[in-house]
Design a protein around this ligand. Structure first.
Ligand code: BTN
Length: 326
């Protein structure tokens, strides 16, 4: 960890002295580390893809940051209390959820976040796979250890859905819709998916992994041909490339804000935020593939169940696929 904080410190200093050179001596003094430590971390930054010029009489200058999603970059200027106390970024992994579950089993602390530039076995809900091409999107998992029952933990899906939506609004200027229970849509097509997995006993959760996948810059030809639902990316909808680091930071900050609010005030505020983004509320819907229901969608209750009303009364929907009535 000392190495990571020296590395983060060097990047912070580069940003402070944007136009000039930073002498090795100044870095040592500012960070309180040895010359060897600075030299080692400059080398490891270069290995990560940072282009750093070194001039004997003047010092170091940052010329270019790599086009990779790096923990070093995400942590710069990240304002969170719980989420992102530790951030890891992997070039490639099977699934960030599985990777984080392993760390959770070994005792990792709440707030640890794992990003990957590429997933070779990205997992979606209901045993589906999640297309995770390299260098274009966001694939991350967040470790939480809330003192909640497994029933209550279901509400945290809405925390990640609203956080991903708020970050899309703030960074990309788009207005995503939420689709119950785990999807975000742009122009009616899926742009993000959530996969929460927990380890729990009957009345107590050991840990929860919030898995979030957001299609930011994916091109049409990168979507699998056999997708069962219409999907898109922010770039396909707006034509603009999204800076993944900026989006990642904004997402972690939104998650931190909403999770803290959830712990202090309960689920109501986040459920109302979710409902605001659900275009189907007040509309006649059909639910299939779990609970079967037809009626007007009223909203969600405290447990995150969907409320559908028709002439026979009000029905709570716990699983299924919701569509507008045609
Ligand atoms: C879905 O809509 O089916 C859920 C998709 C969740 C994908 C994310 S990407 C990061 C994390 N790691 C995974 O393997 N899956 C989730």
């Amino acid at each position: 960890m000392a190495e990571v904080s020296t590395r983060d410190g060097i990047l912070r200093l580069f940003r402070k002295h944007r136009d000039g050179y930073l002498s090795g001596e100044d870095i040592c003094r500012e960070l309180g580390v040895s010359r060897t430590a600075v030299w080692k971390q400059i080398r490891s930054l270069r290995d990560l893809g940072y282009r750093i010029e070194g001039v004997a009489s003047q010092g170091y200058r940052l010329l270019e940051t790599p086009d990779r999603l790096l923990a070093e970059e995400i942590r710069q200027g990240l304002h969170t209390q719980r989420i992102g106390r530790e951030v890891l970024s992997l070039k490639e992994t099977g699934s960030t959820n599985s990777y984080l579950q392993d760390l959770a089993e070994k005792g990792a602390e709440e707030g640890l976040v794992v990003f990957a530039d590429h997933q070779t076995g990205g997992r979606g809900r209901l045993g589906r796979s999640w297309a995770s091409p390299e260098g274009v999107n966001l694939y991350l998992s967040v470790l939480l250890r809330p003192a909640l029952s497994p029933m209550e933990v279901a509400q945290l899906t809405f925390v990640s859905a609203v956080a991903a939506a708020q970050a899309l609004e703030d960074v990309c200027g788009v207005q995503p819709e939420v689709k119950w229970p785990n999807d975000l849509l742009l122009g009616g097509k899926k742009v993000a998916g959530l996969l929460n997995e927990m380890q729990a006993e009957v009345d107590q959760v050991h840990y929860l992994v919030l898995g979030i996948g957001v299609n930011l810059n994916m091109e049409l030809e990168q979507f699998p041909p056999d997708l069962r639902y219409p999907a898109t990316s922010v770039k396909l909808e707006t034509g603009a490339v999204v800076n993944r680091t900026t989006y990642a930071r904004s997402l972690l900050e939104a998650l931190d804000r909403l999770y803290t609010q959830y712990l202090n005030q309960g689920a109501k505020p986040v459920l109302r935020e979710w409902e605001k983004r659900c275009a189907l509320i007040g509309q006649p819907v059909t639910v299939t593939g779990g609970t079967e229901a037809r009626g007007v969608l009223l909203g969600i209750d405290e447990d995150g169940a969907l409320l559908v009303e028709n002439e026979s009364g009000r029905q709570r929907v716990l699983s299924g696929d919701v569509r507008p009535q045609s």
